[in-house]
Design a protein around this ligand. Structure first.
Ligand code: SAM
Length: 331
């Protein structure tokens, strides 16, 4: 992954604006996204990246009929597209809506909205994580989707900024005119459309340390926050320095932090005052060097098998012994 020299390292003062201005550096709007967008000129943002409310009854949302929910989202999306630059991208991260046990994958519904509005899908990225709720009447869900759309065919894609180490850097072509030559790229390989980042770490942390809510460095009280690292990859690949990155459902500002870490201008709108407060605090921590975060590209935690929670508990071992004893006695 590309290392950026941060312009703001050691910066003592910075300004956070409440409304959008083209020459701002940071905009944090407390209030409704539609209100915020009214003051944003056409074609301002290079990257719009968000995880919208999923309409599943989280504390910050009121669950409504799926079609009603999508109608509201569609009107916001029209406004977002108006504010997107012609060479810009939208990354829309969603999971499932579940009604009476029936699963509705939200990306399927959103795809039509964006396609009908003239956007072009570049990737349907699978974000896989290792832990979560254990379903009883279907297989447990362990991935979510990021739909990456562009407004035109002329868009930024900085592959070299997000390459990851190749598994076999010494691999050579075994036939053709380049036979015997190295086949890979010294900067690493394309990270692909299957992303396995922090969420498993996040959940493992909960399991590993009993009585601690979570020891993931970025966790706040927000129920479904982006790992900063997830947004960083999109910021690096789809924007350049000084471009605008905007999150219309900003939560605790993870997308803004990812943009600031790489010298982008950032904006976010969020209706809940407590999340806006946390966003401001996290931006302060970033500038003072106190922000705790999981570094970009850190390998996902793999249990070694030695952890107590990786081992079969004694109760289950005993049950198995009793069972085999019973089967011997029956014979
Ligand atoms: C899935 S969360 C996003 C979390 C965010 N990615 C983060 O890392 O913190 C969606 C957020 O959208 C906010 N929200 C929902 N409807 C909104 C609206 N109409 N205007 C502004 N914010 C809204 C919710 O309060 C919630 O914090």
């Amino acid at each position: 992954m590309g290392q950026t020299q941060l312009h703001h390292e050691g910066l003592k003062s910075y300004k956070i604006d409440q409304d959008f201005k083209q020459n701002s550096q940071i905009v944090v709007h407390e209030g409704d996204t539609c209100e915020f967008l009214k003051k944003v000129p056409d074609k301002s943002f290079k990257l719009i990246i968000t995880s919208p409310p999923y309409n599943i009854g989280k504390v910050y949302e009121k669950k409504t009929d799926l079609m009603n929910y999508l109608k509201v989202q569609e009107s916001i999306i029209q406004e977002l597209i108006r504010t997107l630059r012609d060479d810009g991208s939208i990354c829309w991260q969603v999971g499932n809506y579940v009604q009476n046990g029936e699963v509705y994958p939200l990306d399927i519904y959103y795809y039509d909205i964006f396609r009908d509005a003239g956007l072009k899908l570049r990737n349907r990225i699978v974000w896989r994580f290792g832990h979560g709720l254990h379903a009883q009447k279907r297989f447990s869900g362990r991935y979510e989707i990021i739909l990456w759309f562009t407004k035109s065919d002329n868009y930024t894609f900085n592959l070299d900024s997000v390459r990851v180490p190749s598994k076999y850097p010494g691999k050579r072509n075994w036939k053709g005119k380049n036979k015997g030559e190295l086949s890979g790229n010294p900067l690493g390989k394309n990270p692909s459309d299957f992303w396995e980042t922090t969420k498993s770490d996040w959940e493992t942390a909960i399991w590993d340390i009993p009585n601690v809510k979570s020891n993931h460095p970025e966790k706040t009280e927000h129920p479904c926050q982006f790992p900063i690292e997830l947004v960083e990859r999109c910021v690096l690949a789809l924007t350049n320095e000084d471009d605008w990155v905007y999150d219309p459902f900003a939560g605790v500002g993870s997308a803004l932090l990812a943009g600031l870490l790489h010298n982008r201008r950032v904006a976010g709108s969020e209706k809940e005052a407590e999340y806006v407060k946390l966003t401001r605090e996290r931006i302060d921590q970033l500038f003072s060097g106190a922000l705790k975060r999981r570094p970009l590209g850190k390998p996902v935690y793999q249990p070694t098998g030695k952890e107590k929670i990786s081992q079969i508990p004694t109760e289950w071992k005993k049950e198995k012994q009793d069972e085999s004893l019973r089967s011997i006695l029956v014979q």
